[in-house]
Design a protein around this ligand. Sequence first.
Ligand code: CP
Length: 307
Amino acid sequence: MRHLISPLDLSVEEIDQLIALASDIEKDRSRYAHVCDGKKLATLFYEPSTRTRLSFEAAMLNLGGSVLGFSSADSSSAAKGESVSDTIRVISSYADICAIRHPKEGAAYVAASKSSIPVINAGDGGHQHPTQTLTDLLTIHSLKGRLSNMTVGLCGDLKFGRTVHSLIHALARYSGIRFVLISPPELKIPDYIRETVLDANGIEYRETTNLDDAMEELDILYMTRVQRERFFNEEDYIRMKDCYILDKEKMKFAKPDMFILHPLPRVNEISVEVDDDPRAAYFKQAEYGVYIRMALIMTLLEVEKPC
Ligand code: CP
């Protein structure tokens, strides 16, 4: 039995296989409509979500399975003090696979250690969000035809943004990847990522506070929201929340084939006027989240690809 807690739980070859399977699913969804008949997915969401929870549920329903779960800690027995460990022991006898989102870093890891069904980390605090990363990799691969040899700009809240942490871990394993890390000084990527992922693997990167200057060198621009829920005080959030706003003016400096990704939800960091730009890929990215989660569920449940 396998879990997915970090993107590094999957080898590059396994990620490539997931991307190939997801691409096949996108081409002919109906072929996969019954491969998980009789299987159940539990979604244990202790934190708010739109895309991750609903795309997991859509993925399982598309595969012929069914779903159960809760969408907030308040509506589960966590509100009465039940631990994640006890919850997952119980859920293991109700479902075949589980996706868990929790505000505490390491919660998915703890759940996996007590689980007798595969556990998927759907976001643990400011730590990791591996299925968003799989979605991002599928999106980049579909748009650019490759995951190597490109300059990727990561902009916004690089300190608390778990999608950024997971994406750096994953992309650092492909050749010729260069990062431009664009953030206010207070929201730079954590030292452990700089030291153990970028420096340790000799990955080329530069840090800057200036989005305008970086635009022309980027092949992908990954915008992120300032993570209000992880700030210790509202004043700091208000000071930094609009530090970057991507608009039509800034897009004039971008390459004609520089695609914009964003894990969503968006607040102000991408002006709605950019949505009509053919390089705006964030809504397509959200759609890809369903295909890659279908591929992941099939893989973790060891379901055969239909002939
Ligand atoms: N990208 C993402 O995790 O979105 P949700 O918070 O809506 O799940």
